[in-house]
Design a protein around this ligand. Sequence first.
Ligand code: APR
Length: 238
Amino acid sequence: MKGSIVILTGAGISAESGIETFRAADGLWANHRVDEVATPEGFAANPVLVQNFYNQRRGQLRDEAIQAHAAHYALGKLEREYQGVVTVVTQNIDNLHEAGGSRRIIHMHGELLKSLCSSCGRREPLEGDLTVDMSCPACGRTGTLRPDVVWFGEMPYRMDEIMELLEECALFISIGTSGHVYPAAGFVETAAAHGARTIEINLEPSRIRSRFDEHRQGKAGELVPVLVEEILQGHIRF
Ligand code: APR
């Protein structure tokens, strides 16, 4: 069994599928106030606005034009063909890694296609819109369903498991993330401190570029398939 690989992904890997990133000049955070749509306080203040924001984003995933692309498919191939464990840890709440064939996926910031009951904690698959007058299928309470996404001020999911994977991995790859948001931005340091080789693929130098052994600059759809072939052919030492 070869050394394990952890791949951290961010909004940049979904960009070529037509989903906007957060911090680009025309990105989501340029057009919306983060505290309004991505905090528990924002949800408490205006649940209709927040539900609509995520309903719109969930609706995007039903759009046939939004498809996984070469980078997602390459990561699916890596998981199938590499003789060791490959885990995708994604900050993305879309389902494009699933569409690209990855199976070991940790959605650390949650998933658009699930609802969460803030009263009983039940998570349910969700395809359509959430509205404030819906009731939870588990506890029956009304007005408690929210998108199962991790907002600012909330703890990302499965952190213990992620830390263990980072400490054990031999190769850590970061794709399409700006390095602004912790704890994900700190993963490279944890992996490197435990001996992993670290590679970043990003359209522009991320905030944490200097912490990687190697930085490859360009589009994920072009660079990820190349890196995956290099790994599968044994050209990357780790
Ligand atoms: N290929 C590779 N990288 C790209 C591409 C592309 N085609 N397009 C854009 N990028 C890069 C950008 O240069 C940028 O550095 O992807 C990065 C996206 O950064 P952000 O918009 O900050 O997204 P992300 O890092 O995923 O944000 C982290 O912040 O708002 C929160 O919870 C939200 O999960 C999100 C977190």
